[in-house]
Design a protein around this ligand. Structure first.
Ligand SMILES: [Zn+2]
Ligand SMILES: [Zn+2]
Length: 430
């Protein structure tokens, strides 16, 4: 049975997170979004760890569920159309390491997944000697990522370690500002112990296939949500048994049990293209090359985005595809689509929230709405614009304005006017 798994998110003990990032909030929004297996995040934080121990109970091997008395209370806050889904938790944490290697300061984020509270306790005990785990749900440690990998796998061979959002300029393993050019440079003789990596919102599998050094590794997509409303922004589809061992074995072998990923259009990421925000200059890597990397307005170096950085490290052409690529399904978060339909910029306006709730109630969880609910079902309920939007999304007939220099990209289904839905512009740049 195919399940949707999201391994990377944060609790309210991490910086810049919402108050709703509680165990209850994660459970509730996993149902609303349609996620089957959700990471706890932040297990190294002592208060969060205590909360997890109190509120979760063992389910299948290595997986946990919300305590029955809490679950039945939260279920009442969710529409019946979304209730019928078992949510499982898996223990996870993201660690930020800052260290110097080969004469450069490195800032790398990585995630650790463990099979039990005992396994988590052992990681906590070892990392607690290195730095402060109380200050932040995502602790910052002065520790070499290679050493963190070593600690993780020596502590328990069933633990999983994977580099997070590998292309983020400042915190990605391959980031242009403080990352590395290769896995070997970072992990040396332990490189074979890297079995998976997270693409992050600004890159997709197609872009990552261009690096032969990533061949054979499992591509994971996760939300990195700082509030439960953003859970499942991206996710991985897995067809394994419902047990920690089978899930992790699938990830470590990248076999048929890894079905594929649910992805943002990478253009939506805020460092997809190159450019200067202040000069209103947005360039593709080719255009940047033509201008020798300099801004035509202010003549200073352009801020280099993810697409360009991938081009720099890639040893394959942009249209390269492996023989058997995993399935990729692109999505736009439903609140963004509803905001466009309602002609508002805010995804949290009252109108959009009401509309979201109504769609949720009638058609089920967000992933079902985006991926599988038949178009005629929307039409039968009079949701014809939504049906048209879902048709376009599923055919990937959308308008992409790539993000650059810290400006989020804009992905639209209809373009400027929903009246003009029969003749939308295919691609609008500046
Ligand atoms: Zn991170
Ligand atoms: Zn400029």
């Amino acid at each position: 049975m195919q399940r949707i798994i999201d391994l990377h998110q944060h609790s309210h003990y991490s910086r810049a997170t919402g108050k709703e990032a509680t165990v209850e909030g994660m459970y509730k929004w996993s149902k609303i979004k349609g996620i089957d297996i959700i990471g706890t995040g932040d297990f190294t934080h002592p208060q969060w760890f205590a909360e997890l121990k109190e509120k979760l109970q063992p389910a299948e091997s290595g997986l946990f569920k919300l305590r029955d008395d809490i679950a039945s209370r939260i279920d009442l806050e969710v529409h019946e159309s979304c209730r019928n889904r078992d949510i499982r938790f898996i223990l996870t944490v993201e660690i930020s390491t800052i260290y110097s290697k080969n004469g450069k300061v490195r800032k790398i984020h990585q995630c650790i997944v463990v099979p039990s509270f005992e396994a988590a306790s052992d990681i906590i005990a070892q990392l607690g000697q290195i730095g402060n785990l109380k200050a932040d749900g995502r602790p910052i440690l002065g520790l070499d990522s290679k050493r963190l990998l070593e600690i993780t796998i020596k502590s328990n061979p069933d633990n999983l370690f994977f580099p997070a959002h590998i292309w983020t300029p400042w915190f990605g393993l391959f980031g242009s500002k403080s990352g590395f050019d290769s896995l070997e440079e970072a992990f040396e003789e332990l490189t074979p112990d890297i079995k998976a990596y997270e693409t992050g919102l600004s890159s997709d599998p197609r872009m990552n296939y261009r690096l032969s050094q990533l061949d054979g590794l499992t591509i994971l997509s996760n939300s990195d949500a700082h509030s439960p409303q953003k859970l499942g922004r991206e996710a991985t589809i897995i067809d394994s048994d419902l047990s920690y061992e089978d899930i992790i074995d699938a990830i470590k072998t990248n076999d048929h049990r890894i079905v594929g990923t649910i992805e943002f259009f990478p253009e939506e990421g805020k460092y997809h293209y190159d450019g200067h925000r202040a000069c209103l200059v947005r360039f593709s890597p080719e255009e940047t090359k033509k201008h020798q990397g300099l801004c035509p307005k202010c003549h200073k170096p352009l801020v280099v985005g993810v697409e360009n950085r991938i081009d720099e490290l890639a040893d394959r052409p942009a249209d390269y595809m492996p023989d058997q690529p995993k399935k990729v399904q692109y999505i736009i978060p439903l609140p963004e689509i509803l905001a466009e339909i309602n002609k508002t910029r805010s995804t949290t306006s009252r109108k959009v929230l009401e509309h979201y709730d109504q769609v949720n109630k009638l058609f089920g969880n967000e992933f079902d709405v985006l991926r599988t609910v038949p178009l005629n079902v929307f039409n039968e309920h009079g949701f014809t614009t939504l049906a048209e939007a879902m048709d376009r999304l599923r055919r990937q007939d959308v308008i992409l304005e790539p993000g650059y220099d810290g400006v989020y990209g804009v992905i639209k289904v209809f373009g400027e006017s929903t009246k003009d839905i029969k003749n939308p512009p295919q691609l609008s740049l500046f």
